[in-house]
Design a protein around this ligand. Structure first.
Ligand SMILES: C[S@@+](CC[C@H](N)C(=O)[O-])C[C@H]1O[C@@H](n2cnc3c(N)ncnc32)[C@H](O)[C@@H]1O
Length: 424
């Protein structure tokens, strides 16, 4: 028996233990793909994108449902994990996201291991006369003025490059820039904390310039190591792919058919992706108006047109929400994502695999996965299975007292991968 097939059979038979009602099966995705040894292996975690897939989730789905020649599609691709994993198994892919970060992450993550002398590269960057200042009215709020000339020279140099050296530097420089800012790089949003103020104070007291270049060098070394690691997984060079960023999935149509949709839509609450990556986007050169406009398109914070929702559970849980503004959020979320899955689904030939957390509104757990299943079943999709994965360590989901309700809030403990098969 082929080794990969045997491994796959093992994972599937050992992991999902019992089939409960509603076709739900427990799984620990991170243990299901032996060839990807950890969740941060290779280029799967070169940048902290909020709520990104671990690679094993995508790999598991591809190994179980994809067949040679199939095309994979993610309409909320974020970091682009679906694409980076698809390359390993040789599938063509298409990725969409509102957030332009996907462009730089993807180009960096799939790069061939480059031959480069890091010391010479940093020397060149230090001596460059190019300058770049972001078009950002709040720049002074996020950076002490002392750091600006050094940052401006480093970014000026990177923006002046037009070969692959640019992608050796971009993510490392993004990570260092974030560290040299008043934002707390340990949290997934742009946030000035007590810790981050102290961090800058401490930097300013020491030889921060030296520290800046040492840190940049380490980041580049780490990236190169991660690129080499990814190449040990033997990604295929001949796959076709399209990446579309800065686009609003609600307004877009697929030009061609795809075979498998794998995605995790935006969260029902507490995540603003554009806001979290604003600092990066400004230094990458995106203008303030453009970034503001992207923010206005984020689901579920924007108005959406209403569709007919075919799910009793949707109405049942809607009734339980007392506060008007939370009901608005709930409606925008479901009308937004269900509209997208109904209409994009028309061009999906085989499977839709949708990964969601059973989020809470105040203290009410909302069964997002079941609402999606009910609605799409009505449109002819067959509910194959739901894999229930347990979240092991995620800072944003730590248990704490919810300030609004005063109750201990356990946040999300599991995430659900809904697998729907196209009706005959
Ligand atoms: C849960 S994240 C996806 C993470 C992804 N699975 C990964 O591995 O990184 C949801 C994504 O939806 C995107 N998004 C939110 N509103 C959108 C819209 N209207 N159009 C396109 N993308 C949108 C966000 O930018 C975010 O990247």
């Amino acid at each position: 028996m082929d080794k990969n097939y045997r491994q796959l059979k093992l994972c599937i038979e050992e992991e999902p233990k019992e089939t409960e009602k509603n076709n739900k099966v427990n799984i620990l995705f991170r243990n299901t793909v032996p060839e990807i040894p950890s969740t941060t292996y290779g280029t799967f975690a070169i940048y902290r994108y909020p709520a990104k897939f671990i690679p094993q989730v995508v790999a598991f789905i591809l190994k179980r449902y994809a067949k040679p020649g199939m095309k994979v599609f993610d309409p909320f691709a974020g970091y682009g994990t679906v694409g980076i994993v698809s390359r390993i198994y040789g599938y063509d892919y298409e990725l969409w996201d509102l957030n332009p970060m996907i462009d730089v992450i993807h180009k960096t993550a799939i790069m061939k291991p480059p031959r480069i002398n890091i010391i010479d590269l940093i020397k060149e960057l230090k001596n460059s006369k190019e300058e770049f200042i972001p078009n950002w009215s709040n720049l002074d709020y996020w950076f002490p003025e002392e750091f600006i000339p050094t940052l401006s020279r480093a970014w000026g140099y990177v923006h002046s490059l037009d070969d692959e050296t640019k992608y050796i530097l971009l993510i490392p420089l993004i990570n260092v820039t974030r560290y040299f800012s008043y934002s707390d790089e340990k949290v997934h949003k742009l946030y000035k904390s007590k810790y981050s103020r102290k961090k800058v104070e401490k930097l300013l007291k020491g030889d921060w310039k030296r520290q800046f270049y040492i840190m940049l060098e380490k980041e580049i070394q780490n990236l190169l190591k991660k690129i080499r690691e990814y190449h040990r997984l033997k990604p295929k060079e001949d796959v076709n792919y399209q990446i579309r960023f800065g686009i609003d999935t609600l307004e877009e149509k697929l030009d061609n058919d795809v075979d498998i949709l794998i995605t995790s839509p935006p969260y029902l609450q507490a995540q603003e992706y554009i806001r979290s990556t604003k600092l990066e986007l400004f230094w990458l050169g995106y203008p303030e108006d453009y970034i503001r406009n992207l923010s206005k398109k984020e689901i579920p914070y924007r108005p959406v047109s209403k569709i007919e929702i075919y799910s009793e559970k949707y109405y049942e849980f809607r009734e339980k929400i007392e506060e008007e503004h939370l009901r608005v959020l709930y409606d925008r979320y479901f009308h937004g994502i269900l509209n997208i899955f109904s209409s994009l689904g028309e061009r999906v030939n085989s499977y839709m695999c949708i990964f969601v957390g059973p989020a809470k509104i105040r203290t009410i757990p909302i069964p997002i996965d079941e609402i999606i299943v009910e609605h799409l079943q009505e449109l002819g999709w067959k509910h194959e299975i739901t894999f229930v994965d347990t979240i092991i360590s995620r800072v944003m989901f730590e248990s704490k007292v919810n300030p609004a309700s005063g109750k201990k809030d356990s946040r999300i403990k599991t995430e659900h991968m809904v697998v729907l098969k196209k009706g005959e």
